[in-house]
Design a protein around this ligand. Structure first.
Ligand SMILES: Nc1ncnc2c1ncn2[C@@H]1O[C@H](COP(=O)(O)OP(=O)(O)OP(=O)(O)O)[C@@H](O)[C@H]1O
Ligand SMILES: [Mg+2]
Length: 536
């Protein structure tokens, strides 16, 4: 009997199918460029020049040139392989051996890679062109003569030393087709692209760009000869300390642990930053919904965020809370970095741990924001959204039946009324607004939503503007005066019923009832969205 072994069938991938599918891994332009810059930094570059402009035909010109260690012909071929050799340095910004090809072909149909890897050595250019794949399969072309223009770009930045230019050609997925290919709209689109890229790189490579940050090697990055500035999300004008700093030791095997650094920052409000460091600092640090959350760094490069990793939503009250989470390659497994290096997936235990540690500071940030907003800005009055209700109630109040306050005690803020149960003391507040029936106040005892009171001499209701019901329901509809009036009418009617039915023996019951209502409403509106910043 002969042993024939397993029957094997070749399932070598079809190059055309694979390479065209890999164009759609979901890169956005900024992430793709950051992936190319990763390679320059991994190659120990100190300078990176990005070219991003329109040529006279309206085609996009894009290249990245660095003064890194460069590559010889063999290196170029390896670089253009889908699945290039594993890097010897596990801490490198390159990890999967596929970034150069997938990031580039997400936007371009061809890559021209020119490099020299030793002082005064020769330049070599290798080309990967998707249009050649049907005929040439997985073969890379080395040009008989290196690209002269790109060799010059390398000399510009590296002199006689080594360096590399990655050039995208046949760029077909960045700009839409403009009727005038070099017209104003196309030019503007490229400007926007370049501004957004600069901001992205300034954030992603902040530790490399910032000369004062010693955590990473210094690198200069320029886009069309303009240097990219670093953007530090945590320290406006380079100032400020974390409110909490912890190194967590995460188990990576039965015996090994690796450090995860967690630093929580609560930034001053935008207004405070303006006062402290000037308007430019406030505008640059950009205290906004989208910039809050956890910024995750792998080997000093931002790979995810900012967001709350699905733990919480980004909402205006927590805008001043930003968290720095840093790890090195040893935790790659625990963070499951995706191939675009733009997102991560955390296991639940780690997420729970983070949530527990960050939650108190996030709550503190929310509390500080609320406190801040409670202090009225002198001289800046908000339009009174209750004015319409005041007028309607004024017109109808006499028909409904209201009480006259007597024996007013302004020191104690009380007055007496006579209802069908006799005389009873109720709350009485002076009010500048003599037409007020619905009085929005900054807070009410025990966080209740409303209380019956005479306001400005009228039998009215005081409404707590800090109660979430006010913030999430009233403010969310502040431009819809019918809705405001309906809400006001309801609260005023409840207050009015209380005036009519209160007596000394049941006073406490009404107070309890209002407390229960406020508590229930607080829970019920919990999941409604927070109001936009400008509403508050
Ligand atoms: N600018 C460069 N300078 C020198 N070598 C480079 C440069 N760009 C790419 N390479 C070489 O090409 C190889 C492939 O790069 P590629 O980006 O595809 O993979 P990677 O960086 O190893 O991993 P990842 O997929 O995570 O980016 C690198 O390992 C490196 O050897
Ligand atoms: Mg790479």
């Amino acid at each position: 009997m002969t042993n024939i072994g397993p029957i094997l069938h070749n399932v070598e991938p079809d190059p055309e199918r694979v390479t065209s599918t890999l164009r759609d891994t979901g890169y956005d332009f900024n992430d793709a460029v950051a992936d190319i810059v990763d390679n320059s930094i991994a190659a120990e570059a100190t300078r990176v020049n990005i070219e991003l402009e329109l040529d006279p035909n309206g085609d996009l010109v894009f290249s990245v040139t660095d003064d890194g260690i460069g590559m010889n012909s063999e290196g170029l071929v390896n670089a253009l392989r889908y699945g290039s050799a594993r890097r010897s340095n596990a801490a490198s910004l390159g990890k999967f051996g596929i970034g150069l090809n997938t990031a580039s072909t997400a936007f371009a149909r061809a890559i021209h890679l020119t490099s020299r890897n030793e002082t005064d050595g020769a330049f070599t250019t290798a080309v990967w062109d998707l249009d050649h794949v049907p005929a040439r399969g997985w073969n890379v072309e080395e040009l008989s003569e290196a690209d002269a223009n790109d060799s010059l770009l390398i000399e510009d930045i590296a002199g006689h030393q080594s360096g590399t230019t990655v050039r995208w050609k046949k760029i077909d997925r960045v700009l839409r087709a403009y009727r005038l290919p070099v017209g104003m709209h196309a030019q503007k689109a490229v400007e926007r692209l370049s501004t957004s890229l600069g901001e992205h790189l300034g954030m992603v490579f902040q530790r490399f760009l910032d000369l004062n940050d010693s955590r990473a090697a210094n690198v200069e990055i320029a886009i069309n000869d303009v240097l990219v500035s670093s953007w530090d999300p945590f320290r406006p004008a380079g100032q400020g300390d974390p409110i909490s700093e912890k190194i967590l030791n995460v188990s990576i095997s039965e015996t090994e642990k690796a450090p995860l650094t967690l630093r929580v920052f609560i930034l001053p409000s935008s207004k405070k930053i303006s006062e402290l460091y000037g308007d430019a600092a406030a505008s640059s640090i950009d205290i906004s919904n989208k910039k809050q959350g956890i910024y995750v760094y792998r080997e000093d490069r931002l790979i995810h965020g900012p967001d709350w990793l699905g733990i919480w939503a980004q909402e205006p009250h927590s805008s001043i809370c930003r968290v720095e989470l840093s790890f090195d390659h040893r935790l790659d497994e625990a963070f499951q970095v995706d191939i675009k290096k733009s997102s991560i997936t955390l296991d639940n235990a780690l997420l729970d741990n983070l949530e527990k540690r960050v939650a108190p500071f996030r709550r503190e940030a929310i509390e500080r924001t609320r406190q801040n907003r409670r202090q009225p800005t002198p001289g800046v009055g908000k339009p009174n959204i209750h004015a319409g209700s005041d007028e309607t109630i004024r017109e109808k109040a006499q028909d409904i039946g209201v009480f006259e306050p007597v024996a007013v005690d302004t020191a104690a803020n009380t007055a007496a009324i006579s209802n069908r149960f006799g005389s009873v003391r109720v709350k009485f507040f002076e009010n500048e607004n003599q037409r007020a029936y619905v009085d929005p106040v900054e807070s009410l005892t025990d966080g209740i939503l409303y209380e019956p009171a005479f306001v400005g001499g009228n039998q009215g209701v005081r409404v707590n503007t800090s109660h979430p019901f006010y913030e999430k329901v009233y403010l969310a509809h502040k431009d819809d005066l019918d809705t405001i009036q309906a809400l006001d009418s309801l609260l005023w009617a409840l207050a009015s019923a209380e005036f009519a039915n209160t007596r000394d023996s049941n006073k406490a019951l009404f107070v309890d009832m209002r407390y229960e209502v406020a508590r229930a409403l607080r829970r019920l509106v919990e999941d409604l969205p927070e109001p936009e910043e400008e509403d508050i």
